[in-house]
Write a protein that binds this ligand. Structure first.
Ligand code: DGT
Ligand code: CA
Ligand code: CA
Length: 586
């Protein structure tokens, strides 16, 4: 779709303007980009039907931006963008993907050292040229090298958050074909892994050729790796993801078309994981059976294959949810019929980590609350940043008190919200290097709950970092620790911390650990979640939304919780309000 192409250019224009220190324009282009991305109709069609006027009705599109869209529709390019690229010919997307480098840094490095891309950057850092720049120094040079290493390690894998919306769109399109009967994603996407290598899709049909023909000619296909009568493999174009603000590289999609009687066994096989499958096949053999993608067989006779459920059942096992299929104990638990009843996608009753326009988020508290009620939530917790985080417009004590008044008044206007709905007063305060919190205790005490998180000085020793977080947990006003390990997928590792010690203190102090649902965070990860659950530490799944659309990211956090075997009893925001309040009072 043209929308994606233009959105991507706008996003780059925004970066260029940011690089040059231009005010307002970056936000305007970014806003337009996000609105274009989420538009269901192609701008080309909108323009054809309604002309310039119709374009200007798109949110975030004014006269100037409409001009650019028209220029692109007519000429296939945008002159201003070409000029910006010519003036500073750098691969800006690539360079800012290195942790610690922003648009301004890109410009500076280009001016000083003619660095245009990642390769140049790596060469300069390795040659020790960056340490001599006044704005950088030796430590930053080292960080850049680490950042590049990190990018290399995660290369070729995509964030689930970038991929899942595209998979859902493919499935939506394929479903419209009358030849398509059953359809499902498989592979790591179905298991909801944090990152995805390639996408696997399974379809049943009595006319595979039609399905394959359509699949390889869908909009967005830039390459056909191969095609046969019942399968095909393609690459999709790269797209801009409005949630993560990341540019995905083109992802590959494998399609297989099957008959209904094999759908279950094929789905089981292609969902994986490979490690899970290997053990499952052994269990089949132990039962005198043979399991493959074509079915579960006794001798030549197929005894199960239509559904996954019948396959697991025939193997005398409990059905295993896809998110659990990693051969990390789920098979043993299933054989003993002792699998956890993991939290469901509909179990969440509210979101406790939402930023409002008080700290520079996009939406007002009222807008966020209304969105939450639409989603069927019973409560929403506003957790604006606090004063230490200047770049995020963190609130000071006075502002927090004023903001709390706004929440009180909204809560009393039950005509806006349904009367059982509650807005909770929270904040996302900063855990300073010494473990103290950047807000006075008497104001913290006025909150319904306090989230605390590490947002600075992450390169401490393990001992220091552990002490730092433990000290914050011991503050009686702190209820929740945000994104407890600090990792950013594809950007930076966790900080060094003794997680077992954190769990011990969390248990002792009744502190709740966050499962941050934002697709680049997903922090806690599955292993930590399992440990927390075993330690009896409670968790909360939060989106960390900065705009109302982000509230939808909850599903990624739920996936992560499921991957960590968490049950409803482990997750405080799956509980009714009264019980939640009890938990945060502890
Ligand atoms: P990815 O694509 O790297 O994110 O991970 P997956 O799990 O989607 O892996 P993929 O796409 O290579 O294969 C999809 C599934 O097919 C995989 O989860 C299990 C199954 N599979 C693939 N190769 C093998 C194999 O050699 N043995 C077994 N048992 N299963 C396999
Ligand atoms: Ca895959
Ligand atoms: Ca594959």
């Amino acid at each position: 779709m043209t929308n994606q192409e233009i959105a991507k250019i706008f996003q780059n224009i925004a970066l260029y303007f940011e690089m040059d220190g231009v005010s307002f324009k970056p936000q305007a282009y970014e806003k337009a980009a996000i609105n274009l991305e989420t538009l269901s109709e192609d701008v080309k069609d909108i323009y054809k039907k309604g002309g310039r006027e119709a374009l200007e009705e798109i949110p975030g599109v004014g006269k100037n931006i409409a001009d650019k869209i028209i220029e692109y529709i007519k000429t296939g390019k945008i002159k201003e963008y070409q000029a910006l690229k010519k003036k500073t010919p750098v691969n800006i997307e690539e360079l800012i993907s290195v942790e610690g480098i922003g648009p301004k840094g890109v410009k500076y490095l280009y001016k000083k050292l003619k660095i245009k891309n990642l390769k140049d950057l790596e060469r300069a850092a390795k040659a020790g040229k960056i340490r001599n720049l006044p704005n950088f120094g030796e430590k930053k040079e080292q960080n850049i090298l680490e950042g590049i290493e990190f990018l290399k390690r995660s290369k070729g894998r995509f964030l689930l958050g970038e991929i899942l919306p595209r998979v859902q769109e493919i499935i939506f399109r394929l479903k419209k074909l009358k030849e398509v009967k059953q359809i499902s994603e498989a592979g790591s996407v179905r298991r909801r892994k944090e990152t995805i290598g390639d996408v696997d899709v399974l379809v049943t049909s009595s006319n595979p050729k039609k399905v394959v023909d359509y699949f390889v000619s869908m909009p967005g296909v830039v390459k056909i790796w191969g095609r046969g009568p019942t399968k095909a493999s393609i690459r999709l174009n790269d797209g801009f993801d409005p949630h993560t603000k990341d540019f995905g590289v083109g992802v590959d999609v494998d399609l297989r078309v099957l008959s209904d009687r094999q759908f279950g066994s094929a789905l089981q096989y292609f969902t994986g994981s490979k490690e899970h499958n290997i053990v499952l096949r052994k269990i089949a053999i132990d039962n005198g059976l043979k399991l493959s993608e074509y079915g579960l067989f006794r001798g030549p006779k197929i005894i199960a294959g239509k559904t996954e459920k019948e396959i697991y059942k025939t193997l005398k096992m409990e059905y295993i949810e896809p998110e659990l299929r990693e051969n990390t104990g789920e098979i043993g638990a299933s054989l003993k019929k002792k699998l956890p009843l993991v939290i469901g996608y509909g179990d969440i009753k509210g979101d406790l980590h939402v930023h409002s326009n008080w700290d520079g988020g996009k939406n007002s508290i009222e807008e966020l609350a209304n969105e939450a009620t639409k989603m069927g939530y019973r409560y929403i917790g506003i957790a604006d940043h606090t004063k230490f985080l200047r770049i995020e417009n963190g609130l000071n004590e006075k502002q927090l008190v004023r903001r709390n008044k706004e929440i009180d008044s909204l809560n009393s206007k039950s005509y806006i919200l349904n009367s059982k709905f509650r807005i909770l007063k929270g904040c996302e305060a900063n855990i300073m290097a010494d473990g103290s919190i950047d807000i006075d205790d008497n104001v913290l005490a006025q909150m319904d709950y306090v989230i605390a998180g590490v947002h600075s000085q992450m390169k401490m020793s393990k001992v220091e970092m552990t002490e730092r977080i433990i000290k914050s947990m011991e503050n009686p006003n702190v209820d929740i620790i945000a994104h407890p390990t600090g990792r950013i997928l594809k950007k930076r590792d966790e900080y060094e911390v003794d997680f077992d010690e954190l769990l011990e203190t969390a248990k002792k102090t009744g502190t709740i650990l966050e499962i941050n649902a934002f697709p680049v965070r997903l922090d806690l990860n599955d292993i930590h979640i399992k440990k927390a659950k075993q330690a009896g530490v409670k968790m909360v799944i939060n989106t960390d939304a900065h705009r109302k659309e982000h509230l939808q990211l909850m599903e990624y956090g739920i996936s992560q919780a499921r991957r960590g075997w968490a049950e409803k009893k482990d997750i405080v925001n799956a509980w009714p309000l009264e019980k939640l309040i009890e938990a945060i009072k502890k």
